[in-house]
Write a protein that binds this ligand. Sequence first.
Ligand code: GLV
Ligand code: MG
Length: 352
Amino acid sequence: MSRSPKDFFMPLAIGAPDPLRNIPMKPSRMIHFMNAANERMRARVPQMLEQVDVLLGNLEDAVSVDEKVNAREGFIEVVKANDFKANEVGCWTRVNALDSPWFLDDLYRLVSEIGNDLDVIMIPKVLGVEDIHYVDRLLAQLEAKYNIVKPLLIHAILETGGGVVAVDDIALASPRMQGMSFGPADLAASRRMKTTRVGGGHPFYRVRTDPNPLDPDSERATSQQDPWHYSIARMVDACVNAGIYPYYGPFGDISDPDGCEDQFRSAFLLGCVGAWSLHPSQIDIARTVFSPDPDEVILAKRILDAMPDGSGVAMVDGKMQDDATWKQAKVIYDLAVMIAQRDPEIAKSYGI
Ligand code: GLV
Ligand code: MG
């Protein structure tokens, strides 16, 4: 049995802030990962805050066991020493997994020290709604204890077979749910996929055309397919259904900016709003890809202008426009307006 729907927006602990009824949409084209155990990275934070939409203190994978505590305490230091809000940069963290020896202290230290500055907590390796319910209740208790004024939001990483099976319910599991990121590395391992890559295509995953009956020995063309298409589309639908935001996660081959750009763009086209940047070189890729293309924005505006009240029929460049295409244009134009407010350089390319 689940709780009564009328109690869904009740705080889970006496004194915790009321849950949000809507999750605000903010530019989050790139979620930039930092390991705050690294002093050089900490020193670069003021510069990073001028470049990224979201800065995330990573405590989980890629942080070695002997750095775990320093990454956590270093991120607390970073958040205390820098003004994320002045730069309108989202302050996120990825804590260790629920079955690790660090998770509880991660949550306790972060909420007690920087709970009023933190926006979103990423939970890795989510298996089902029970993981979200557990974190939900714990956060409410910590919020009450440490006088946190606005609810901390949860972002689940979709990176287990179980998580994909339960993705619709995970998205709806709590009013704290802000969104989800797609985690191709852990997901590949969980599914026993035979790849060591982190995102992108794979040369072995392809389809071949039929033999030509008139020339059976001729070469048959093959093309690489996208092994992630199904799961990313599942995630997008689950998020849209719940009023939360889907993101592509990591692209591991830093030396392949083209592959990264293609992976990010496919995710953007399918409905994702951003991706992780694991290296400074991926920041600009995400910035370009997750800001709508200027030509598309200009076309979208022409469609909206051709049908000012969003109904009826109009022709634009020989293509029929109706209520549905008006809505498609509005998705692109509204996003462009939001991005333009954040990014003056991109605003210029839109003429906004
Ligand atoms: C991200 O965490 C992944 O496992 O791909
Ligand atoms: Mg992972």
